[in-house]
Design a protein around this ligand. Structure first.
Ligand code: GAR
Length: 209
């Protein structure tokens, strides 16, 4: 059984999709813990109600990024994860942290990377007149919102969209794609070669409506 630790900061709908898929599809994995940097994160209640261990490492209680990262890693490692999943985790992680989990940490970002790293991705896509928007699952490296791309989901930008409408259309695809990508990892069905990720059974790594 592979052990998965999920980091959240808020709503946790991607975490919820992963928890549900892990149980429904009987993955060879268990969600060992859900950890938030925000004490009030709504997703913590869902995790607890599903019998999953929860913890809070509050970034506001730490004097520096390094101190926060070190405490976060200490708590994560107490659950001995094989895979760390960032699911709407909204803190920038330092180099020591990313190096420690290199090759075993996934993130989902709400844009078609390398377009629009950082915040406000849907506003930026609309501002640029993009005709497609989407989300990317990638291995985490020291560079923010960068790293080998495991899967991408594309959705059309429709006339009249505002950021909320676009975010909702993208989020529905995130909920399909992220559980699939996590399952590939825990089943050992991903290979990374020269920064590119291959799904070893030739399953589609591109998702669309
Ligand atoms: C998701 O759209 C995710 O892609 C995004 O935050 C949302 C979290 O929703 N992540 C980032 O912006 C990371 N930089 P959720 O808490 O309901 O999963």
């Amino acid at each position: 059984m592979k052990r998965i630790v999920i980091l959240i900061s808020g709503r946790g709908s991607n975490m919820e999709a992963i928890v549900r898929a892990c149980a429904a599809e009987s993955w060879p994995a268990q969600i060992a813990a859900v950890i938030s940097n925000r004490p009030g994160a709504a997703g913590l209640a869902f995790a607890a109600s599903h019998g999953i261990a929860t913890a809070v490492v509050d970034h506001k209680a730490h004097a520096s990024r390094e101190a926060f990262d070190a405490e976060l890693a200490r708590v994560i490692d107490s659950y001995a994860p094989d895979l760390l999943v960032l699911a709407g985790f909204m803190r920038i992680l330092g180099n020591a942290f990313t190096a420690h989990y290199e090759g075993r940490m996934l993130n989902i970002h709400p844009s078609l990377l390398p377009a629009f790293p950082g915040l406000h991705t849907h506003e930026k896509a609309l501002e640029m007149g993009c005709k497609f928007a989407g989300a990317t699952v990638h291995f985490v490296t020291a560079q923010l919102d960068h790293g080998p791309i495991v899967a991408q989901a594309a959705v059309p930008v429709l006339p009249g969209d505002d950021a909320d409408a676009l975010a909702a259309r993208v989020l529905a695809q995130e909920h399909r794609m992220y559980p699939r990508a996590v399952r590939w990892f825990v089943e050992g069905r991903l290979a990374v070669d020269q920064g590119r990720v291959q799904q070893l059974d030739d399953e589609a790594q591109a998702f669309s409506l």
